[in-house]
Design a binder for this molecule. Structure first.
Ligand code: PTJ
Length: 249
């Protein structure tokens, strides 16, 4: 279906179409559509904008990634369908690796996503995940990771994540950044930094911030990270939703 530009929900409908195309191309799981529906409902409540708390969380996340020794951006089927070029750009701006790690893992889907990212400009060596050789302490296919990627990372960005893997990564001493529209999710609470925003807005914001912050001294970056409190930021996100619907947003 072609959605006319004049439609009041044009952006939102475009995002749906990208995910449906992702399912047809074997990139996104069918379950990914359901996960998106949940995210869409929260995005509606948030007002489909980047809130102040989300912007501040994005800034802290970028500071953490720039200060990291081995940052990795984890990509699933929804992220690959929605922001393929942007995730590559972010990885290059901050000097991070990309690793495909799926909840509903099949080798075929990992290969299709790798091909999709390469079609968006990634080189063969930039994308990890096709040949996992290590595992995370969880009883699930998404435990399969690469030794030189997520397994060795000190900071991992895991957008649209589930609470278990977030917990497993944290239990290995890693700092975990997530992007999740639901400020009440277990992932949001478990992550070191949660960005309560749509991945289609958050990743481009992070690219802009990384360009501005690149070159900041280590102590400045760690100061930005240390001053960020995830619990407080989640509380702010909930208050921003409430004030939006009280007509104060
Ligand atoms: O491609 P796979 O196999 O790795 O599967 C990916 C999904 C997303 C299907 C899988 O990880 C999953 O089932 O995730 P959950 O547990 O449903 O959690 C997804 C979270 O992301 C929910 O809290 C949603 O509110 C949130 N979400 C959905 N769409 C977006 C989003 N957050 C940010 N931006 C979005 N566009």
């Amino acid at each position: 279906m072609t959605v006319p530009l004049s439609h009041p929900r044009y952006q939102s409908l475009q995002i749906r179409e990208r995910l449906v195309a992702g399912v047809r191309a074997g990139i996104t799981s069918q379950e990914g559509l359901i996960a998106h529906g949940r995210g869409e409902a929260f995005d509606y409540l948030i007002g489909e904008r980047t809130t102040d708390s989300a912007f501040h969380a994005s800034r802290a996340a970028v500071a953490m990634l720039l200060a990291a020794e081995r940052p990795v951006l984890s990509v699933n089927g929804n992220v690959a369908a929605l922001v393929p070029g942007e995730i590559i750009e972010l990885s290059r701006t901050i000097g991070a690796q990309i690793e495909i790690n799926l909840f509903y893992r099949t080798d075929a889907r990992v290969r299709t996503i790798a091909g999709h990212l390469r079609a968006h400009g990634a080189s063969a060596s930039e994308i990890l995940g096709e040949h996992p050789d290590a595992s995370l302490p969880i009883d699930h296919a998404r435990s399969l990771v690469c030794k030189g990627g997520i397994h060795a990372a000190d900071v991992v960005l895991v957008p649209l994540e589930d609470g278990d893997r977030c917990q497993a990564l944290a239990s290995m001493g890693k700092s975990v950044i997530t992007i999740d529209l639901n400020p009440l999710s277990r992932t949001a609470e478990t992550a070191t930094i949660t960005i309560v925003d749509n991945v289609v807005r958050a990743i481009p914001n992070m690219i802009r911030l990384a360009r501005q912050m690149d070159g900041l001294p280590e102590d400045r970056l760690s100061d930005i990270v240390l001053r960020h409190d995830n619990r407080e930021a989640l509380q702010d996100a909930i208050e921003e939703i409430v004030s939006q619907w009280n007509g104060q947003g």
